[in-house]
Design a protein around this ligand. Structure first.
Ligand SMILES: Nc1ncnc2c1ncn2[C@@H]1O[C@H](COP(=O)(O)OP(=O)(O)OP(=O)(O)O)[C@@H](O)[C@H]1O
Ligand SMILES: [Mg+2]
Length: 408
């Protein structure tokens, strides 16, 4: 039974973590008060602390011990990485417009398809579950193999504020726990689990198509990049990116954003943290090639004018042999913003300038020769842009809009 207060709020959740092929209870989240934003407390379950092979949910923010951890402010940041952000919250607020949705309700509306290897449920005995504040709006839970075109049409309608009841039901099932601000949905086919990213009303260019090109460049520049595919329905492009937080047979991998590793509150977009800091923090959790990879990411983002490089657009995953940087995601030119969110290194400017970014190499422990090798890889990849634009069938108007990328 879900722990519902007289004010119709979820007062507690059991947190599960995937371990040894199944979800095991890892701890309890409890909330106090009735405000929409309620301070929460997390405590590991004694049974979890006694499992030899159990690791911490977050090696920095939630070390394995008996303490009570205060939420940040509602739940630990690691839980937020497993829950909805702008888009998922928008969908849930539209679907449950008369209900108060705090972190507990937002987390409980998701399924085990959520990002990473955490899950949430009513109790240790009940196992992972899904709770909707209004039972009259119960979707076919996690209808991840729903018709992709129907999902796109529903997402575009919700984005424009005109989704029907049926469309909201479809979206709640497919994206109640997905991160990021742009319209998207989880989707499954015979090949596995994907995230489908759709266009949004404010787009200056065919965003999903350009994101595919940017991921092509990142891959050519030597970065790990998820498999991707473009599809078109009624003239609208959908980018499918294969999920990197699931094994080929569907096993969930632990996932933490860099924002969580830095313990930066969820609302903070701007940060004083730099790419060099990200490399150092990733390295402190055991990531082996963090310095070289973060420098490479910095150059790719600078060349592609991806200035939306905030701390939740970088993450680590653990596929079973320790933390590693996740494959690259959300790489798109951000024309309206000339400054990166994260500077290359302390004392460096956030101006989006590949040359200036390059000069930060020593902060990543790299020699000039190593840095020049990386620069060469990235430059060569970026010089492929005309070919990639052709291959991905980018229209003339978008190429014209993005011509600055081809002259860098
Ligand atoms: N290939 C993938 N595999 C697993 N998880 C992914 C993948 N791509 C993205 N994600 C997760 O989904 C979230 C949202 O994706 P993404 O950052 O691409 O969306 P967005 O809406 O463009 O984000 P933003 O709000 O930063 O613009 C990411 O923060 C990450 O947690
Ligand atoms: Mg993002």
């Amino acid at each position: 039974m879900w722990r519902i207060s007289p004010a119709d709020r979820l007062d507690g959740l059991t947190v599960f973590k995937h371990l040894g092929g199944r979800y095991v209870p890892a701890g309890e989240l409890t909330f106090a008060g009735q405000d929409s934003l309620r301070p929460g407390i997390f405590k590991y379950a004694q049974s979890y602390l006694e499992i030899d092979s159990a690791g911490p949910i977050d090696p920095i923010g939630l070390p394995l011990d008996q303490r009570q951890f205060a939420g940040c402010p509602e739940v630990p940041l690691a839980c937020l990485d497993a829950g909805p952000e702008g888009w998922g919250r928008t969908v849930l607020s539209m679907a449950f417009e008369t209900s108060t949705l705090g972190a507990a309700e937002l987390l409980a509306a998701g399924t085990t398809a959520r990002t990473g290897d955490l899950a949430f449920g009513a109790s240790a005995e009940a196992g992972p579950g899904t709770y909707y504040p209004d039972i009259t709006l119960s979707p076919a839970i996690s209808d991840a193999s729903a018709d992709l075109e129907a999902l796109m049409t529903a997402a575009i309608a919700a984005d424009e504020g005109s989704a029907t009841h049926e469309q909201l039901i479809l979206l709640v099932g497919a994206c109640a726990d997905v991160g990021g601000a742009r319209p998207k949905a989880r989707w499954r086919d015979g090949e596995g689990e994907w995230i489908a990213k759709f266009s949004t009303w404010g787009d200056k260019f065919d965003d999903p198509r350009i994101e595919a090109v940017c991921l092509d460049v990142a891959e050519a520049a030597g970065l790990p990049v998820p498999k991707r595919r473009l599809m078109t329905f009624s003239g609208k492009t959908v980018l499918l990116v294969k999920r990197f937080d699931r094994s080929e047979d569907g096993k969930p991998y632990p996932y933490l954003s860099l924002g969580t590793l830095f313990q930066e509150p969820p609302g903070s977009y701007g940060t004083s943290k730099t790419y060099a800091d990200m490399a150092a923090t990733a390295q402190s959790t055991g990531v082996i090639d963090a310095q070289e990879q973060m420098f490479r990411r910095l150059l790719v983002n600078a060349f592609l004018h991806n200035t939306d490089d905030h701390l939740r657009n970088h993450a680590v995953i653990d596929k079973g042999s320790g933390w590693e940087l996740s494959p690259v995601f959300d790489v798109v030119p951000y024309l309206g913003r000339k400054r990166h969110v994260c500077a290359p290194a302390p004392e460096f400017s956030t101006d989006c300038d590949p040359q200036a970014a390059f000069t930060s190499y020593a902060a990543f422990g790299l020699t000039l020769e190593q840095a020049e090798g990386i620069l060469d890889d990235v430059r060569t990849a970026v010089r492929h842009l005309p070919v990639l634009f052709e291959q991905r069938e980018v229209c003339r108007a978008d190429r014209q809009l993005l011509r600055m990328l081809e002259t860098r």
